[in-house]
Structures are given as C-alpha cells and as structure tokens.
Design a protein around this ligand. Structure first.
Ligand code: SAM
Length: 326
C-alpha cells in the first residue's frame, strides 16, 4: 500500500446518522417487550463509529435517548425536524474532502421525509443511506385507486418526498376505456418502487441502489420498502447479501405457514422447503411477525456487529477495493 493511500485511510472518520431515531427503545409487538431501537444498536457497534448524530422531532424521546446514551462526547442529539437539521447541521459534517464518511438511517413512520435530504446525501458523495419508503401510507392516502379519494395534504407530502409531482405519472397509467375516455389506472407497488429507485440513481446521483426489500405484515401486505443507496459497489454487495438472506427467511417462513395451515394438502409431507430457503436458519412465525422491527435489528446488527459486519465493510472499503467511499 503506498504511503499516500495509507495516510488517507488512517484519516477516514465514520459517522452514524439516525434521522428518525426514537428514544432508544421501542415496544416489540411480536414479543410484547421493550427492544433496542436503531440508535442503541448503533451505539453498541464494535468497532464504534467516530460520531453519532441522532435526531427526533419529539423532545421527550430525544431527552430519553440522551439519558440512554450517557455523557458521551461522540454522541450528538438534536430535537426537531430532521428535514431541517440534517441539511443545516449534520450532513455538512460528513465532508468528503475531510475524509468523513457517513451511514444514515431514515426510518419514518410515514412519508414526511423530503427529497432535499435524499438529494443532499447523494450529492455529498460521502453519505450512504437506508431509507424506508412507506408505501402503505402512500397507498392509503396519496396514490389511491380512485384519485378522487386522495388526501390533499398527503398528496402534497408525496410531492415533497418525490421531489416533484412526477410521482403521479409514475403512479398511474392513462388507459382509454370503452367510452374513449382516458382513465388513470394505478400501477403495482413494484412498479412504483422501481420508479423511486430510478430517481435515487438518476436524480439523487447514487451510483448503486439495489432492489429495495419489501417489508410485509403477517397478511403479506407491504408496509414499506427498504432502500439502500450508495456511491460504491462494496457497500451494495454487503447489503444485497443481507437482503438476500432476509428474502430466504421470508420464503421459508411463507412455506412454513402454508404447510401448517394445510394449504399443501397434496403430498404435504413430501413438499420440500423452497430451494432458496434451504440452509437458512429455521425461523418461527414469531421471529418475523413484527417484520419491520425485527428487520431493523437484523440489518443493523449485521451491518454493524457480525458476519458482513461494519468491520468487514470497513475492511472492504479500505483495503480490498480501495474503499467504498473514497
Ligand atoms: C419509526 S420511529 C423510529 C424508530 C427507530 N429508528 C428505532 O429503531 O427505534 C420514527 C420516529 O421518528 C420521529 N419523527 C417523526 N417525524 C420526524 C421528523 N420530521 N424529524 C425527526 N423525527 C421525526 C418520531 O417521533 C419517532 O420517534
């Protein structure tokens, strides 16, 4: 390794940013108990990040998180709207030229994230994001089958999230009916999610955005799509690996449910687990019942502490492929 590169690597600083941090814990509906939320998982990461930036609009949650984190000088907690704080106070700290690199989690309950935040992360070239795109909120309020039922304030929120009103073109096909009238027909979740992925690439300037992970309810409805967006392939490889393992577990779970509900009546006993799920650890329905909370945990644990860990992420970034962020 030449001296210049060694010097550059030793100067790299890693930031963890959580725009919708919560209080540090949340109640797992599946387990009916308090579980660690994304900030505490990130804080317990080894190797640690150099700085942690947590934002929550709810002042009480921000204060509770401060308590949970303790008096650490590497932890910065903000109470307010992350759409404003990320742009004014946090993203500027992830200065590419100063060898700062950031992993940013955007985990809202609804669609109140704004496009400016996503675009700023893409433009910074130093920030990778995980973002939850709350398709259930979109479907219920903004992108209705019957456009007359759209909630106006939610349609406006959708425009702020998408960056402009072209989500209407992406979300509806204009189809000519028997009376020669053009009627809007809503596209599938998958098509809409793919249109958003294309925006992350072509508008926000992220070079690598794998297909998002659909997170489902027990009844198989998609609550949100989890996107990862990065400038480098190495980060994407790791996330794809994690996504694929999760997909395998979802398939295995579906297969287990079908089997136990007797839907595989014919030859039930001889029906093999889907090939893609073989070899995955056995999971029970309760493991994945609360898909979103569980996945956040799996994802952050995996990204940060084990297996395809942050360490191997950093190693890949710093040694094998030059670095994922340079
Ligand atoms: C889904 S929860 C976050 C859960 C957290 N990531 C975890 O794993 O425990 C969303 C959080 O975002 C906060 N929130 C909602 N709107 C916000 C905004 N505009 N800016 C910052 N925080 C916001 C809510 O108070 C809530 O605590």
């Amino acid at each position: 390794m030449d001296a210049q590169r060694r010097d550059r690597i030793s100067r790299l600083r890693w930031l963890y940013i959580d725009g919708y941090a919560g209080s540090g814990h949340h109640v797992s509906k599946a387990r009916n108990e308090l579980v660690e939320g994304s900030p505490l998982i990130a804080l317990n990461t080894n190797p640690p990040f150099h700085e942690y930036h947590f934002i929550d609009a709810d002042a009480e949650k921000a204060a509770e998180l401060r308590k949970q984190a303790g008096p650490r000088s590497d932890v910065f907690i903000y109470s307010g709207d992350c759409n404003e704080i990320l742009l004014s106070k946090v993203f500027p700290r992830a200065d590419y030229g100063q060898y700062k690199r950031a992993l940013c989690l955007l985990d809202p309950y609804n669609i109140n994230l704004t496009w400016e935040v996503i675009e700023a992360a893409g433009n910074a070239k130093s920030i990778e994001i995980f973002v939850n795109f709350m398709i259930m909120d979109v479907n219920r309020n903004a992108l209705r089958k019957n456009p007359d039922k759209v909630v106006k304030s939610k349609a406006e929120q959708m425009t702020r999230l998408w960056g402009d009103d072209s989500w209407l073109d992406a979300g509806y096909d204009q189809v000519t009916n028997l009376f020669q009238e053009d009627v809007p027909i809503k596209v599938s979740n998958e098509r809409f999610a793919e249109a958003f992925r294309q925006r992350l690439i072509h508008r926000a300037g992220f070079k690598h955005v794998p297909k998002p992970m659909p997170m489902r309810t027990k009844t198989n409805a998609v609550i949100y799509y989890l996107y990862f967006a990065s400038q480098k392939e190495a980060g994407m490889d790791i996330v794809n690996d994690i996504f694929n393992q999760y997909r395998m577990k979802q398939r295995l779970l579906k297969w287990q449910r079908q089997r136990s509900s007797g839907r595989m009546q014919h030859g039930t006993l001889s029906v093999a687990a889907p090939r893609s799920a073989q070899g995955a650890n056995t999971v029970t329905p309760s493991d994945l019942r609360s898909a979103s909370a569980e996945f956040r945990r799996i994802l952050l644990n995996r990204v940060s502490t084990s297996g395809s860990s942050l360490r191997s992420w950093k190693n890949r970034c710093t040694s094998r492929s030059h670095n994922a962020f340079s």
